[in-house]
Ligand binder design. Structure first.
Ligand SMILES: [Zn+2]
Length: 79
């Protein structure tokens, strides 16, 4: 377990290489047309919006890491 000393949250970067593309539909977060689909929830969502959402909603470093894992598919997962 590391001792976090930084006050500023680290930039969230999701790996959405496995995400799919579909016809433009309103992003679930910002409402603007998005062709990108969340690879985990399969809903229209900008990658940047998801990253900002995690940055905003994460309570601390551990929670941010948990959210990044939750919204990143196929990273060392068995399936
Ligand atoms: Zn968006």
């Amino acid at each position: 377990m590391s001792h976090a000393t930084s006050a500023m949250p680290a930039r969230v970067v999701l790996d959405w290489r496995h995400g799919t593309i579909g016809p433009p539909a309103p992003c679930v977060l910002c409402g603007h047309p998005a062709a990108c689909r969340s690879p985990v929830k399969d809903v229209p969502c900008h990658k940047g919006c998801a990253e900002n959402w995690i940055t905003t909603h994460a309570r601390d470093d551990a929670d941010r890491a948990r959210l990044i894992r939750a919204y990143t598919p196929g990273r060392g997962e068995p399936r």
